[in-house]
Ligand binder design. Structure first.
Ligand code: NAP
Length: 278
């Protein structure tokens, strides 16, 4: 029987460290860290993440300023708002809630965020620095996933890791982080042939395809570490990319949904914002 990876517990250890850091800063008479969030429209997933981010910021004494713009906002107006936030010294980190409405040029808007305040690691400057191994902001979900894998105590070096999904925000950065830890990494996507066979060779599987219960027992090697990034709502219930009940018997470690990866992302966001202040 596999061991569930308690994302809330792993997040708590980071929370305590960050809370102390922020308390010390405020006791020294400095401003509390401040994150500005920009949401354009009313995407349900984004509203959920926004609520979660705002709650965790409040728990840690981080100021969270939310700017919700009309879904019909123009590219220019969104970029004007971001420019304002770039220039406002009291704001340390900026997050742009994705996806943006289809009519807007996502790349152009992302890259209008100052790379010095891009705590989600989305801009080309931060991405370029990340893949070159230079100091930068790394996408928060990917960082959280690596911490969850490390929390199992396994030695990542030399292990076979399979990442399902190649998005810029999850799949690719997770794969790079695992390569940096000396794992041998395979990335699978919608054109990969026989994903099941590829996964069966893996000591670590990170599932980020967004398809509920995509990964079943027959995908995995006995004792593997399985990280479920997926987040879908099925019949009103949060559901991951891994068929938890089916896989937990065979996995070594497995993250639940909810209570796994989702617990780490907002903490990593605050960790990145605290880096701005150093
Ligand atoms: P995404 O941009 O939609 O990317 C999905 C990836 O899955 C793509 O690379 C796609 O391949 C691949 N894929 C789709 N169907 C496939 C199939 N049948 N077989 C193999 N690969 C397939 O999604 P994302 O932004 O990376 O997010 C993935 C999931 O993680 C979503 O459920 C999302 O809600 C969740 N998420 C959770 C958090 C959190 O903090 N908990 C954060 C971010 C995302 P192609 O490239 O070939 O199209």
């Amino acid at each position: 029987m596999g061991v569930p990876i308690d994302g809330k517990k792993v997040a708590l250890s980071f929370k305590e460290e960050l809370l102390n850091l922020i308390k010390e800063r405020v006791a020294d008479g400095l401003n509390a860290p401040c994150i500005a969030s920009v949401l354009v429209g009313e995407d349900k997933g984004s509203l959920f993440y926004l609520k979660n981010q705002s709650r965790v910021c409040e728990e840690l004494g981080v100021v969270f300023k939310s700017f919700i713009m009309d879904k019909d906002s123009t590219e220019e107006s969104v970029m004007r708002k971001i420019k304002e936030l770039n220039e406002e010294d009291s704001i340390h980190g900026i997050i742009l809630q994705l996806p943006l409405p289809e009519e807007l040029d996502e790349e152009k808007i992302i890259n209008s965020i100052s790379h010095l305040k891009d705590v989600d690691g989305l801009t080309d400057i931060n991405a370029g620095r990340f893949y070159k191994g230079e100091k930068c902001f790394i996408p928060c979900t990917a960082q959280g996933i690596l911490e969850l894998i490390k929390s199992t105590g396994i030695n990542i070096s030399g292990k076979n890791a399979v990442v399902l999904g190649r998005s810029t925000i999850v799949g690719k950065p997770v794969a790079q982080l695992l390569v940096n830890e000396d794992a041998t990494v395979t990335i699978c996507h919608s054109k990969t042939q026989d994903i099941r066979k590829v996964c069966k060779e893996a000591d670590i599987v990170v599932a980020a395809v967004g398809i509920p219960k995509f990964v079943t027992e027959d995908f995995i090697k006995e004792g593997a570490v399985i990280i479920d990034v997926g987040f879908s709502v099925v019949n009103g219930k949060m559901t991951g990319d891994v068929d938890y009940e089916n896989v937990i018997h065979k996995a070594g470690f497995l993250t639940p949904v909810p209570g796994g990866v989702g617990s780490m992302t907002p903490i990593m966001l605050i960790k990145n914002t605290c880096e701005v202040l150093k």
